[in-house]
Design a protein around this ligand. Structure first.
Ligand code: PLP
Length: 360
C-alpha cells in the first residue's frame, strides 16, 4: 500500500493544504521461537497488532478508509463538517472512534444493547457519541443508516465505516505485510514460508493476501476460524458466500454471519499465494489467550487467540499446513489484538479451560 508522508497534524479546521498523518503505527515483529512452551519446527514471529493505539489491526484498514474520506472532503467539500459513523460493538467501532478523536472530527457509534461495558467505556474515552440500540449488529446498523438518512448533507460530510467490507479497508490492512517485509529484510524474507491470521468477515485476510501479492512474497496464508463461527468454511463448501442464521462463538469478533465475496475469490486463487483454512474449537482460542498472557504478559481476546493457537496449543497445524518446515524457515503469526477481553475475562477463560479438561 502506498503511504502518505506525514507532514502535519490535523486540526478542527481542515484546510485544503492540510496533509494528513496516517493514524496507525508501525508495530513490532518479534521472534518468539525460543519462548514458546512447545518447540516449533521453524522460526515463529508475532506481528504485534495489539500495539495499535486503538488496540487492533482494524486501525490500519479503517484508518485508510477514514484518511481517504477526509482527504476527499477537504478537497471537494471544504465547508462541510466531517462526521464518522460506525455500528460495530467491537474493534472496528473502537478504531472508528479513535480515528475521529485523532483527526478531531465527530463520531457516532450505534451499538447493540448487549455490547461490552469495557468497549462502551473506551468509545466514550475517545469522545464518541454512543447510541445503544437493538440486540444485534444488524439492528444497530439499520438504526445507524436511518440516522445517517436524516442528517443534513449540505453541512455534514458523513464517513460510514463498515467493519470489513470495503476495498480501502483491505488496502489499509495490507500495510501490515509491507512492514513485515521491511522488518525481515531481504535475506530473512527468503525464508518466509507464510503467515497465519484469524478470519471473521475476511477483511484482514484480504489485506494480507493483497500485501503478499504486491510485495511478491511467495508463501502460504493459513486462516483460522472457530468451529462455532464457520462462516468461511461453509461458504467454501457451498461454493458461494452464504449467510449464517446465527453465530455464537466466544471469539465474538470472528462471529460474522458472512464474509466478503473477495475473500472467497482470493481463497480459490492459488496463482501466487496458497490459502488454507483450519477450524479450531473456541476453547483452543481461549487456551492461546491464556498462554499468550503467561508468555508475553499481554491480554488479547479470543479472536486473536484463534491465530495464536497455532503457536501454542495447535502447533500440529503448522506441520500440517506449511509442508516440510526447516528450523531456519519463518512463519509470521498476526497477533491481531482486540480490546474485547479484560484480565477478569482471562480468569474466566482459565476456569472454562479447567472445566473442559476435567470432562476429558
Ligand atoms: C481482534 C480481531 N481479530 C480478527 C478479526 C477478524 O477480522 P476480519 O473481520 O477482517 O476477518 C477481528 C474483527 O473484528 C478482530 O476484531
Amino acid at each position: 500500500m502506498s503511504s502518505t508522508t506525514a507532514t502535519t497534524s490535523t486540526s478542527e479546521n481542515l484546510q485544503p493544504s492540510t496533509k494528513l498523518v496516517q493514524p496507525y503505527v508501525q508495530t513490532s515483529l518479534t521472534e518468539v521461537t525460543d519462548i514458546l512452551p512447545i518447540k516449533p519446527p521453524c522460526r515463529v514471529f508475532f506481528k504485534n497488532e495489539l500495539e495499535q493505539p486503538s488496540g487492533s489491526f482494524k486501525l490500519r484498514g479503517i484508518g485508510h478508509l477514514v484518511h481517504k474520506s477526509i482527504e476527499n472532503a477537504i478537497a471537494n467539500h471544504p465547508t462541510k463538517k466531517i462526521h464518522v459513523f460506525a455500528s460495530s460493538g467491537g474493534n472496528a467501532g473502537l478504531a472508528a472512534a479513535y480515528l475521529a478523536y485523532f483527526y478531531k472530527v465527530k463520531c457516532t457509534v450505534v451499538l447493540p444493547v448487549i455490547s461490552k461495558p469495557v468497549v462502551q467505556e473506551k468509545l466514550r474515552s475517545y469522545g464518541a457519541e454512543i447510541i445503544l440500540f437493538g440486540n444485534t449488529i444488524n439492528e444497530a446498523d439499520k438504526h445507524l443508516k436511518n440516522l445517517m438518512n436524516s442528517i443534513d448533507l449540505d453541512s455534514i460530510y458523513p464517513v460510514y465505516c463498515h467493519p470489513f467490507n470495503n476495498p480501502l479497508i483491505w488496502d489499509g490492512h495490507s500495510s501490515l505485510v509491507d512492514e513485515v517485509c521491511s522488518q525481515l529484510g531481504p535475506e530473512e524474507l527468503g525464508s518466509l514460508k507464510g503467515m497465519v491470521c484469524s478470519v471473521g468477515g475476511g477483511g484482514l485476510y484480504n489485506g494480507i493476501y493483497q500485501g503478499m501479492k504486491s510485495n511478491k512474497v511467495s508463501g502460504d496464508i493459513l486462516l483460522i476460524e472457530t468451529k462455532q463461527a464457520p462462516t468461511l468454511s461453509e461458504s467454501i463448501e457451498a461454493g458461494d458466500v452464504i449467510t449464517l442464521k446465527s453465530v455464537n462463538s466466544m471469539a465474538t469478533s470472528l462471529a460474522c454471519s458472512y464474509t466478503t465475496k473477495q475473500t472467497l475469490q482470493y481463497y480459490h486463487d492459488n496463482s501466487v499465494v496458497q490459502s488454507k483454512l483450519e477450524l479450531i474449537d473456541d476453547i483452543d482460542a481461549l487456551r492461546a489467550c491464556v498462554a499468550f498472557s503467561k508468555c508475553c504478559k499481554k491480554t488479547v481476546e479470543p479472536a486473536c487467540g484463534a491465530a495464536l493457537s497455532v503457536a501454542y496449543n495447535k502447533i500440529d497445524l503448522l506441520y500440517k499446513n506449511f509442508g516440510h518446515l526447516q528450523p531456519s524457515d519463518i512463519v509470521v503469526v498476526v497477533a491481531c489484538g482486540g480490546s474485547c477481553a479484560t484480565d477478569q475475562d482471562l480468569a474466566t477463560f482459565e476456569q472454562i479451560i479447567r472445566k473442559s479438561d476435567t470432562k476429558l
